[in-house]
Each structure stands twice: as C-alpha cells, then as structure tokens.
Design a protein around this ligand. Structure first.
Ligand SMILES: Cc1cc2nc3c(=O)[nH]c(=O)nc-3n(C[C@H](O)[C@H](O)[C@H](O)COP(=O)(O)O)c2cc1C
Length: 207
C-alpha cells in the first residue's frame, strides 16, 4: 500500500462566507501541485454562554478541525475574517488549545501562511495577518508570505499583501473575490504546496 500524501491543512473561520471562499481557492492552488493534498477544516464559533455546545458536524462547509488534523499536517494555512484589526476569537480559541502540540514540537520546521478578509480597505488586513503569524512562529513554523514576484501584489486595488492573501469583502461582506485576489490566494496555495513538499523531504532526511 502506498504511503498517504502529505497534506496542507487549511484551517479557517468564516461567518459570512468570504474567508471560506478564500480557503477554497487556496485549496485549489495547493491541489494544482502534484504530490500534496489540501485538507479544509473550520473551527466552531465561540459563545458567551460557557455551556453552549455546537453540533459535531457544521450545517455546511468544512468539518471542524481536531488537534490531530494539525498535528499530522505537513503545511498549514490559517484564515480568519478581520475583527477589530485582529483574528477572530474562534480561530484564536482553537489555537489557544494547541499547547500539547507546542510542547511536543509537532509543527516545528513546517511551512505556514495566513489569509484574511475585511469589510473596509484599510480595516486591518496587514495587522490581522501579522497577528496570525505570531502563534505560528511560537510553534516553530516557517512563515511564507506572498512575494512581489507575484506581480499582482503590486497591481491590486483590493486584497493581496506581501504578508499573505487578503480580500476586500465590502460593507455587507458579500463582495466576491475579484480576479487579482483569486489569483493571489491561489498562488499562495501553490507556493505553500511547493514549500510543504520541500520541507517534508528535509524533515524526512533529518530523521
Ligand atoms: C466584531 C467584528 C469586528 C470587525 N472588525 C473589522 C475590522 O476591524 N476591519 C474591517 O475591515 N472589518 C471588520 N469586520 C468585518 C469583517 O471583517 C467581515 O464581515 C469579514 O471579513 C467577512 O468575512 P467572513 O464572510 O469570512 O465572515 C468586523 C466584523 C465583526 C463582526
């Protein structure tokens, strides 16, 4: 039996669907590379009611991530809508539950990147992306942004930054990804897939 392919975990939270649309495009970028798979997972919303329990399977979209999805990934992309210039609480809540992986170094030397969507153009795409980078660095991951060799980073008038893909979802959070945003989030997926394969080989060699 052949060994399972290494996978990139695309872990996101999305309330209105904009970040989810980005996650799906990023997955398409990953899957355009041979030898690596994309695994889409979401996180449950958090509630001020401590005892609130979510159904085990969300009504639509990707299933909820478990710690093992993260433990065994060979690469990671995390996505969140911008909330007051920062990542949304549900994603932060999930990440705050990953101490066990941190203690065991499960994510060390694996590539990671981040993506976000905002309602307003200057509403914090870059600050959110940078806030999402911090826990990834604590886990020892190797952060991959979006280099300007993707020339659309220079041309975009909506989303797409050197810190990672982004999307201007608009006041009602219903503006679809435009052509450049779609191109850039896919390019980020492709780059992450290539880095995943390279670092996976490097870690295997070191074993
Ligand atoms: C509590 C809250 C805070 C928000 N803060 C910001 C913000 O700082 N900047 C901004 O442009 N949009 C902000 N928004 C709008 C969201 O970023 C927008 O709804 C989101 O990008 C849509 O993504 P989604 O469809 O994946 O949920 C905020 C929304 C909520 C509910």
């Amino acid at each position: 039996m052949s060994a399972p392919l290494p996978y990139v975990l695309i872990l996101y939270y999305s309330r209105y669907g904009a970040t989810r649309a980005m996650a799906e495009q990023l997955a398409a970028g990953v899957e355009s590379c041979r030898g690596v798979e994309a695994r889409l997972r979401t996180v449950s919303p958090v509630s001020p009611t401590c005892e609130a329990v979510e159904p085990e399977i969300p009504a639509e979209g990707a299933v909820y991530a478990g710690l093992d999805d993260l433990r065994h990934c060979a690469g990671l992309a995390i996505g969140s809508p911008t909330r007051f210039g920062n990542m949304a609480a549900p994603l932060k809540h999930f990440l705050d539950g990953t101490s066990e992986l941190w203690l065991g170094g499960a994510l060390v030397d694996k590539p990671a990147s981040a993506f976000t969507s905002t309602s307003s153009l200057h509403g914090g795409q870059e600050t959110t992306l940078i806030s999402m980078l911090l826990p990834l660095l604590h886990h020892g991951m190797v952060y991959a942004g979006l280099p300007y060799s993707e020339t659309e980073v220079m041309d975009t008038t909506s989303g797409g930054t050197p810190y990672g893909a982004s999307h201007l979802a608009g006041k009602r959070s219903d503006r679809p990804l435009d052509e450049l945003e779609r191109h850039l989030v896919r390019a980020q997926g492709r780059r992450l897939a290539r880095l995943t394969l390279a670092l996976d080989a490097m870690r295997r060699e070191a074993q």
